[in-house]
Design a protein around this ligand. Structure first.
Ligand code: PLP
Length: 440
């Protein structure tokens, strides 16, 4: 009998040790961490430099409340992030996770418009099949029907347009570029429908993670989105909680799309699982409107910019940037993609293989020609997860890929340190797990 309030009724194995790309349970079983949990553990589970940095900081100072002090690790981390951030990003607000970062982004957008004398702007536009977190503001922004349903009466007003989802939404007679324009123009139509003077922000994941399975936008989509936001005075918030920090082969995923946001959120890979941390980064324009207006952002948490978390994150970011891990993600990501295509490219129930860098998804379908998903009642994604665990593999499958209810995908997001042989092990184990799940 456990007193831990777990995620569900199942009794899970007890994790006791982490080493490189593997987790070990109390029964002595090893699991290759093919998804870094949920795209978290980008450095594996035993990085010596990060551990040393956390130990050293703990011996100096663990906590100093941000109402009274700043700290050396927070200052250094903010400098490092801004030096490597998209153009215009100038300030870093450190938090304890992704949902907190999204909440802060939403509130900052609202306060920005109050400061610049546009109090009518309060509406958020987001995309269906997105995930922005589980706190109420972030959940309201998210477009996953299943996750929102139970809490619908508690959610603030948000509006959702279609995602940029080439496999599901591009018409056969459209080029990817034409499709990208069509998908992006839905934002303009929605802003005009709502009234631009009421819309404060558009929020999107550059590569959609948990709720769609590593779906990047087609070329040109985000450039058009940026133009539309600028034309209507709407802030662009990019949620890079899952796809940022090198995961896609760029330090910030949006570099690939050739645009810069007004606000960007990061988490997961920022702490790499060593510390609970997230961050909201804002442009100088947004920050200065507040600094030169009422003076302070009306926000804060007891543990935001936690000193130990900042020290851990600083060490993680240094390892990613100075350890050459971003180019390594591109190289290993190409090998992972090739291995997935070789093993699953002709698989009768794999409809799509997609993603960037070490952020890959495979979408499972009952019928490849019609792209018909499996009956959601089968919970195929849950079967794949448990079959993979039985094989000694952690991947991150989910359902609702098509519309929040139907559809199954498997998200693959291994540590950036993954070796060639481990890519082979990952794909072999996944093939066996998928076979077992489909046979059940
Ligand atoms: N945003 C995105 C894109 C995410 O993938 C997640 C988590 O999966 C979140 C926000 C929420 O982050 P957290 O679980 O750290 O609160």
């Amino acid at each position: 009998m456990s007193h831990v309030f777990g995620r569900g009724p199942a009794r899970l194995p007890t994790a006791v040790r982490g080493e490189g790309c593997y987790l070990h349970d109390a029964e002595g079983r090893a699991y290759l961490d093919g998804s870094g949990g949920a795209a978290v553990s980008c450095l594996g589970h035993s990085d010596a430099e990060v551990r040393a940095a956390i130990h050293a900081q703990l011996d100096r100072l663990a906590f100093a409340h941000t109402g009274f002090f700043t700290s050396e690790p927070a200052e250094r981390l903010a400098d490092l992030l801004v030096a490597n951030a998209p153009e215009g990003i100038d300030r870093v607000y450190l938090l304890s996770g992704g949902s907190e970062a999204v909440e802060a982004a939403i509130k900052l957008a609202r306060q920005y418009f109050l400061e610049i004398g546009q109090p009518g702007r309060h509406r958020i536009i987001a995309r269906r099949q997105s995930y922005h977190g589980n706190t109420l503001g972030a959940l309201a922004a998210g477009g996953n029907a299943w996750r929102r349903e139970k809490f619908a009466p508690l959610l603030i007003e948000t509006h959702h347009i279609a995602p940029c989802f080439e496999y599901r939404e591009r018409r056969e007679d459209e080029s990817p570029e034409d499709y990208g324009l069509r998908a992006a123009n839905a934002l303009e139509a929605e802003i005009e429908r709502l009234g631009p003077e009421t819309v404060m922000a558009f929020i999107a994941e550059p590569v959609v993670g948990a709720t769609a399975g590593a779906v990047p936008a087609v070329p040109g989509y985000f450039r058009r989105i940026r133009e539309i936001c600028d034309r209507h005075g709407v802030l662009l918030i990019l949620d890079e909680v899952m796809c940022g920090m090198g995961r896609t082969g760029r330090f910030f995923a949006c570099e690939e799309d050739g645009i810069a946001p007004d606000i960007v959120t990061i988490a997961k890979g920022l702490g790499a699982g060593y510390v609970p941390v997230g961050a909201m980064l804002a442009s100088a324009r947004v920050h200065d409107a507040i600094a030169g207006g009422s003076g302070s952002f009306m926000h804060g948490h007891t543990y935001h910019a936690h000193v130990l978390a900042a020290a851990g994150a600083e060490a993680v970011v240094r390892r990613i940037l100075e350890g050459g891990l971003v180019p390594r993600v591109r190289a290993q990501g190409a090998k992972l993609e090739a291995a997935l295509r070789e093993t699953f490219g002709q698989h009768p129930h794999v409809g799509d293989i997609r993603g960037r860098g070490l952020f890959r998804g495979i979408e499972l379908v009952e019928d490849r020609d019609t792209k018909r998903p499996f009956d959601p009642g089968l919970k195929l994604h849950a079967r794949v997860k448990s079959s993979a665990m039985a094989e000694g593999l952690i991947v991150y499958p989910a359902g609702g890929t098509v519309d929040g209810r139907a559809g199954d995908h498997v998200l693959i997001a291994p540590p950036f340190i993954i070796e060639d042989a481990q890519i082979g092990e990952l794909v072999d184990k996944l093939a066996r797990a998928l076979g077992a799940a489909l046979a059940r």
